[in-house]
Write a protein that binds this ligand. Sequence first.
Ligand SMILES: CC(C)(COP(=O)([O-])OP(=O)([O-])OC[C@H]1O[C@@H](n2cnc3c(N)ncnc32)[C@H](O)[C@@H]1OP(=O)([O-])[O-])[C@@H](O)C(=O)NCCC(=O)NCCSC(=O)C[C@@](C)(O)CC(=O)[O-]
Length: 256
Amino acid sequence: MSDGVDVMTNLKRKNGVNYPVLIPNLKGYHTAKKCNIEEIAIFPAGSEGFSQKNLNCSVEEGLSRFKEVADQAVKDGIRVRGYISCVVGCPYDGPINPKNIAKITEDLLTMGCYEVSLGDTIGVGTAASVRRLLHEVLHVAKPKHLALHFHDTYGQGLANLVAGLEFGITTVDSSISGLGGCPYARGASGNISTEDLVYLLYGLGVNTHIELTKLIEAGRFISNFLGKPTDSRVNRAIGDRFKDNKDIIRMAKCDS
Ligand SMILES: CC(C)(COP(=O)([O-])OP(=O)([O-])OC[C@H]1O[C@@H](n2cnc3c(N)ncnc32)[C@H](O)[C@@H]1OP(=O)([O-])[O-])[C@@H](O)C(=O)NCCC(=O)NCCSC(=O)C[C@@](C)(O)CC(=O)[O-]
């Protein structure tokens, strides 16, 4: 958390791009305020074990800290997005009761979050457990106030995503080339890759307004820059086979 100011000061921000910042407490909020931010992210855990590791406090203490932050941000007219970590399983506490996640979701929306992103931080969720989770959470939140944040550690990310789309949720977190992970969740891989997500949505006939050919280029750039092979199956598989995005869309839709 200590070098956030350097990152925000040196970032060449583009108009129309959103740069939310993770804020664990009021200290972080006051620091971030100096960096001309428009949106913050608060991120309670869905389990005691992960809350202690990630925030060094209990879930309840974390929520009360985040409430202080959200109150101030709402007063300052800064948008607040909520994340909940370990919504399905926790590396320390095991399986999570969906009712607990529904309660935390309700708390975050009451604090003024415009959206709550449900994070399967260690990627252990399956379509079945995601359906059970969403049945509970949708008692307290509308689909338009929820986002899906699936890590792909067990290769279930896209299947979980389709399960979420069936509930009418249309906001999905992904990362180019499947980058990411979490220092407090041993072995957690990155989010579902944006390239694989867009290919899936092409196949479902969703007009993403995103050119997959350009995403593939960006994914290759960052993988080479980091010296880390891509975690995107689509990026690996497509190779140089397609120059025209329309061909990829036709392939994804299996339009004969
Ligand atoms: C929250 C703390 C700081 C509490 O950590 P703590 O040790 O309880 O805090 P403290 O109040 O005792 O302070 C310890 C030191 O941290 C400093 N400090 C205190 N607050 C801040 C701050 N905001 N910014 C910068 N520095 C801070 C504070 O000034 C002090 O510095 P010292 O006096 O020793 O030099 C620590 O637990 C922490 O940094 N947690 C965040 C860890 C992290 O970055 N996790 C990954 C976030 S991404 C995620 O959670 C998953 C998500 C959201 O993506 C969704 C998903 O996939 O699940």
